[in-house]
Design a protein around this ligand. Structure first.
Ligand SMILES: *Cc1c(COP(=O)(O)O)cnc(C)c1O
Length: 409
């Protein structure tokens, strides 16, 4: 019976059976190890996407697989009606290594932000009454795809077609203090932002900007929410990105690298704020299961104890200097920016063809905002692997350059 069945490729089956929500690359990845992944035809790739800043310790890390194996034989899930140890261990580690006093676990970045939005509103309502609910967020931001988080996301392509959105969000340009000042009226309860915009194209704050935002928040008793879903967990060369700027938020959200590939998010907040979330105010069935948090614990311990954050700082600085050299060499490379191992290279031409050429040559990178090549490899990446990528990128850009000249641009 099976022998008569049409033989479809993996991609054809995806086209037939799955929602077509993702614009995917035409490869099926089947295995990974360290910074390398392999497709179903055995082709090897060096991975500078890292599951979108998720796989900080790389693929098939023994840190992850050991914790996963052991915990899967011990206790996978019992619900949050009961205490379980691994989530408490992770909460303690996060609190002891951050500004925060308390942690709430979710399953994703969007849900962590959803919790942050709810907490900010609940807190403001208890303190100031019903009129204080507006959340200021940034143009070009990305906070997730649930209704509340897409309402907070400052990108039309994410919001389009889902009206009516959640009311009470107001957008201002990133790096523009005066526009926050004019948006800050009596209805505002919080400012929500990524300290470095990831999906927005690796956009970094200008010197003094975040400090001034924090000052404004203090003056107006407005909460500051940092979405560190992408840039937290060592990605920038510090455990949390805001540490670079000496600015502490009231609420911070984490996800991507927190579980190195297991689905998990977290919202962290100060003691005072946490009081606004009493029993019954918020919940998640899967939030912080023993299985997932056992992995988070192992990952966090490794990040803190095995020198990966310092490694990220060093390799990131080397990587950036090599990208800067390409910027000097090619006039159509507009800017190189970022911290640690979240680096962006903005081009004056579409990045898509460069990404595809990299893939042909065995390197995975991606592109945001059409023209920004984004590099977010595992934090364990080695200089020599960076060299391989940058040498290849150099060849590709050289070709782009000559085509560009021929095209008369
Ligand atoms: C990826 C991302 C999210 C959304 O996380 P999901 O796990 O996809 O819901 C939110 N904020 C930022 C900054 C992100 O990069």
């Amino acid at each position: 019976m099976d022998s008569n069945r049409e033989k479809l490729t993996t991609m054809q089956r995806a086209d037939r059976y799955m929602f077509q929500t993702y614009g995917r690359f035409p490869v099926t990845l089947v295995r990974g190890e360290g910074c390398r992944v392999w497709d179903e035809n055995g082709k090897e790739y060096l991975d500078f996407v890292g599951g979108i800043a998720v796989c900080a310790l790389g693929h098939s890390s023994s840190v992850v697989t050991d914790a996963l194996q052991e915990q899967s034989r011990t206790l996978v899930h019992v619900s949050n009606l009961f205490y379980t140890k691994p989530q408490i261990d992770v909460a303690e580690l996060l609190v002891k290594n951050s500004f925060a006093d308390r942690v709430f676990f979710s399953n994703s970045g969007a849900e962590a932000n959803e919790a942050a939005i709810k907490l900010a509103r609940h807190y403001a309502r208890e303190k100031y009454g019903e009129s204080r609910f507006t959340i200021i967020s940034m143009e070009n931001s990305f906070h997730g795809r649930t209704m509340a988080t897409l309402s907070a996301t400052g990108q039309d392509k994410v919001r389009k077609g889902f009206d009516p959105l959640l009311p009470g969000f107001r957008f201002v340009p990133f790096n523009d203090l005066p526009s926050i000042q004019s948006a800050l009226d009596e209805t505002v309860c919080a400012i929500m932002m990524e300290p470095i915009q990831g999906e927005g194209g690796v956009v970094c704050p200008k010197p003094g900007y975040l400090q001034n935002v924090r000052k404004l928040c203090k003056e107006k008793d407005v909460l500051l929410i940092f979405d560190e879903v992408q840039v937290g967990m060592g990605r920038t060369g510090k455990l949390f990105a805001h540490e670079h700027f000496g600015v502490t938020p009231h609420i911070m959200t984490l996800a991507k690298a927190l579980g190195n590939g297991l689905p998990v998010g977290a919202m962290l907040a100060t003691e005072e704020l946490s009081k606004a979330f009493g029993p019954g105010t918020h919940a998640s069935t899967f939030g912080g299961t023993p299985l997932v948090t056992a992995v988070c614990k192992a990952v966090l311990e490794s990040l803190l104890a095995d020198g990966w954050i310092e490694h990220c700082r060093n390799v990131g600085a080397y990587f950036k200097s090599r990208l800067e050299a390409l910027r000097e060499k090619y006039s159509f490379v507009r800017e190189v920016r970022g911290y640690g191992l979240i680096l962006g290279m903005e081009l004056d031409l579409p990045g898509g063809p460069v990404v595809n050429a990299c893939m042909d040559k065995g390197f995975l990178i991606n592109c945001t905002q059409e023209r920004v090549l984004r590099f977010i490899p595992p934090l364990i990446v080695q200089e020599q692997e960076v060299d391989q990528l940058v040498d290849t990128l150099d060849e590709i850009l050289k070709e782009c350059g000559s085509r560009n000249v021929e095209g008369g641009r």
